[in-house]
Design a protein around this ligand. Structure first.
Ligand code: ZN
Length: 357
């Protein structure tokens, strides 16, 4: 009937707040080294930003996320980091949701031995990770405020997070100047992740007043931003950073619903990235979320975002993998459809849904 909620203890918010990162790195690296993981695309577009210039190059590792982080990728990266850096005292992640999740996972694995796959699930980490700082450059996933870091396992077809109080960032820096150079479509897809978190939480049976309030804040901000004439104004970029942050808080105390499991299956089987996969899944699930589906379509139209048909000639072996990867998300499906979710989401229904995508 009650639960403990873990949120990042310190959030520094506002234009140019990224300038504060260097002080933080200096303070925290008194006792050891700093590892600064930066999204390669972001770095290449923005390396003239003064806060990036101030970071010592020897502490920077550029990460190119061609696809979302897998367990195998994280294990290799961790091994590379521990052999190149000694006595690490702070891990910083600068980038979108994949980058933030990567930073959290690395921080956790430096203190918790073994492969990342050991910790996919709920409350499996034994110790707090290294002091971790999140600096989002893309808004929507809510990774900055959530208590998970989602990893894909190519062997088991599972996409599952390290859900733990130890997966919460120790500090956040939310600087709306950093999401300025995001490509237009990506800006939209990522924002819709926050929208989807909010509506799934609001429509689920695990809803509670804490999650509802953050969901409503997030949902209203997203509708306001994407039905305005300039979704990328500085005011709207600031609002979007908050919408993402609130969405992460909402989902930390409730669950996603049906869109995320379908989307996760699309990521596992076809490699579609999370936020885009959510959008194309939502388009096939209007019957489950009729009110918000209409608003979602209105926002797509208003922003001239189009999605064509993505799955043509669905093969039966791919379908079997999609089924496994969808049904592994028991809690979100229960949240969305109740105890009898397997009856509602039988193979026939799943076949129909995936063929709509
Ligand atoms: Zn999401």
């Amino acid at each position: 009937m009650f639960k403990s909620l873990y949120t990042p203890p310190i959030t520094t918010f506002g234009e140019k707040s990224s300038e504060y990162l260097n002080n933080l790195i200096k303070t925290k690296s008194n006792s050891g080294m700093a590892v600064v993981l930066i999204d390669k695309n972001f770095y290449e577009k923005n390396n003239n930003l003064s806060f990036l210039k101030k970071i010592n190059k020897k502490n920077i590792l550029l990460i190119n996320h061609k696809k979302e982080p897998t367990v195998q990728f994280i294990d290799e990266l961790k091994n590379k980091i521990v052999s190149n850096f000694s006595k690490i005292s702070i891990v910083v992640g600068i980038g979108g949701g994949s980058m933030l999740d990567t930073a959290k996972a690395i921080s956790n694995l430096i203190t918790n031995p073994g492969s990342a796959s050991k910790y996919q699930g709920w409350d499996l980490l034994k110790k707090p990770g290294i002091f971790k700082v999140g600096v989002p450059t893309l808004s929507g996933t809510g990774s900055e405020s959530s208590k998970t870091c989602v990893l894909t396992n190519d062997k088991t077809f599972h996409k599952l997070g390290m859900n733990s109080k130890f997966s919460v960032f120790d500090e956040l820096i939310l600087d709306p100047n950093l999401n300025k150079t995001v490509e237009k479509k990506q800006y939209f897809y990522s924002a819709m992740d926050a929208y989807i978190h909010a509506i799934e939480s609001l429509s689920g049976s695990f809803r509670n007043s804490y999650a509802d309030n953050y969901s409503n804040l997030s949902k209203n901000l997203i509708e306001e931003i994407f039905l305005s004439n300039n979704p990328r104004s500085i005011q709207n970029r600031s609002k979007l950073m908050l919408a993402s942050y609130y969405g992460g808080l909402a989902i930390s105390s409730s669950f996603v619903g049906l869109i995320h499991p379908i989307s996760a299956a699309l990521s596992v089987v076809y490699g579609f990235k999370h936020c885009y996969a959510n959008c194309i899944s939502f388009r096939a699930l209007g019957e489950f979320y009729p009110t918000h589906y209409k608003i979602f379509n209105k926002m797509c139209k208003f922003n001239n975002i189009k999605f064509g048909k993505k799955i043509k000639n669905l093969k039966s072996d791919d379908f079997e993998k999609l089924v496994i990867s969808t049904l592994v998300h028991e809690k979100p499906l229960y949240n969305a459809l109740g105890k009898k979710y397997k009856e509602i989401l039988n193979k026939e229904k799943l076949w129909e849904i995936f063929n709509r995508i």
